[in-house]
Ligand binder design. Structure first.
Ligand code: LLP
Length: 428
């Protein structure tokens, strides 16, 4: 069951919070704030939440971590140890993956407008590519001819499923920018099958992100198996790989109710096996691409309270030393988070948590119940492992925070804090 907090998080009797065996205030003192903290035990546990039930119910599987949620070499080395691959969506993510312990045959390259340079990098390392459109396919073919190589391809299909989530993170609907229209699918696959330098591996469908219902995934299974039947009858091939994307939601606040991963996997694979059997098709390798549910609750952010500003009769602001530059999600998606003081237990009255950036909208949350905060207190925000560092910016020329991994009472820097010199690095 997805927890808001990392699995190793506990509060001592004296009131101090600890994660991975280390006090949060000690981490804040040692590394400074804002600080991203990654609980390695939670990350591993989340990986196993996928791999254990898959091994039991559908052993021909591959889990690829959706790296866009948050990747660096340290994170990738951990997920590689857990047997996961990674899906990348840019040259930069691919480069990071190639520099990590993830083996190239477990990397999958996504994107709706891959540049020639990016495709070329993928081909040079025999990375599987998920094709988004016809132009991309032509570009891949041309590059394969120039390089005298073969491309291993999946085709991304627009599944035409409306999932209930924020408009910005829906992807399966008909007017989505991602994927190939089902009416073009057979032509695209026939082209791949008939082109010597292209190898057709399978199809991909992804319905969106932060999804709490299992039903749209079951619809996806039915729709995708329908396409497999069609592909077999029209093109005469059975696919080797079926990729059902990612998107399972996580619990950011206690009221959130995402499905348990093991039950999700059981329902998904049971239906998939039934549908394949009914259709008389062999079982392809099942690929899943979870991002948020692998890393979201493994991360937390620490801030230091710099000031408390009451506006009498209206609200009380708590100012922290980060905000929209290290976590743009509240502003972008009205995302909610759970907050606690690392050094004081209990709930008091409501506070508005505001960042330090020069923008009124730089508010992380309203109405957060905290015991009376004072200057110097450390505020912990849970669930920031996914799409926080990944979407962080240098707004106001701030330095992006460090990320520290914790495990068994030890901590290590995964990404160092930026310096002022980093901030002016590209100024000429
Ligand atoms: N596969 C594909 C093709 C995707 O586009 C995505 C997410 C995933 C897998 C992983 O989805 P996840 O398991 O992480 O939900 N920045 C937004 C989320 C954007 C998601 C983009 N695609 C946010 O902060 O909520």
């Amino acid at each position: 069951m997805s927890t808001v907090k990392p699995i190793t998080l506990t509060r001592h009797l004296e009131g101090e919070l600890e994660v991975g065996g280390i006090d949060l205030t000690e981490l804040a003192q040692t590394y400074g704030t804002p600080l991203y903290v990654l609980d390695e035990a939670t990350l591993r546990d989340n990986c196993r939440a996928y791999t254990a039930p898959l091994s039991q119910h559908y052993p021909n599987y591959q889990v690829v971590f959706a790296g866009k949620a948050g990747l660096n070499k340290g994170i990738l080395n951990l997920i590689a140890e857990e047997g996961l691959g990674v899906d990348v969506v840019s040259g930069g993510e691919l480069y990071t993956a190639l520099k990590s312990d993830v083996s190239p045959d477990k990397i999958l390259f996504h994107g709706n407008n891959k540049s020639l340079e990016e495709i070329s990098m993928a081909l040079d390392h025999q990375i599987r590519i998920v094709v988004d459109n016809g132009q991309e396919l032509k570009n891949i073919q041309t590059l394969c001819q120039q390089k005298a190589c073969t491309a291993n391809l999946l085709v991304r299909l627009k599944p035409e499923i409306e999932a209930h989530t924020h408009d910005y993170i829906k992807t399966g609907h008909i007017d989505s920018k991602f994927g190939i229209d089902k009416r073009e699918l057979i032509d695209i696959i026939s082209f791949i099958v008939d082109t010597p330098e292209l190898k057709f591996l399978g199809i991909h469908g992804h319905i969106g992100s932060q999804i709490f219902d299992v039903e749209p995934y079951l619809d996806l299974v039915r729709i995708m198996v329908g396409h497999l039947v069609h592909i077999k009858s029209e093109v005469g091939v059975e696919v080797e790989e079926l990729n059902l994307g990612g998107g399972i939601g996580i619990r950011y606040i206690e009221q959130d109710d995402p499905p348990a991963i093991d039950l999700f996997i059981e329902k998904l694979t049971t239906l998939l096996k039934e549908e394949l059997k009914k259709a008389g098709l062999k079982e392809p390798k099942l690929i899943l691409e979870p991002g948020r549910s692998i890393i979201g609750n493994a991360g937390l952010t620490l801030y230091t309270v710099g000031a408390v500003k009451p506006i009498p009769g209206i609200k009380d602001y708590v100012f922290v030393d980060g905000g929209m530059a290290d976590n743009p999600r509240p502003m972008l998606y009205q995302a909610e988070y759970t907050f606690e003081l690392a050094n004081k237990a209990g709930k008091g009255k409501p506070y508005t948590i505001a960042g330090k950036y020069c923008e009124s909208g730089d508010v992380l949350a309203e109405g957060v119940l905290l015991p009376e905060p004072s200057v110097g207190d450390v505020l912990a925000v849970y669930g920031t492992g996914a799409y926080n560092y990944a979407m962080a910016s240098n707004y106001n020329r701030c330095q992006r925070p460090a990320m520290v991994g914790v495990f068994g009472g030890h901590s290590r820097v995964l990404v160092r804090r930026e310096t002022y010199d980093d901030v002016i690095r590209y100024d000429l």
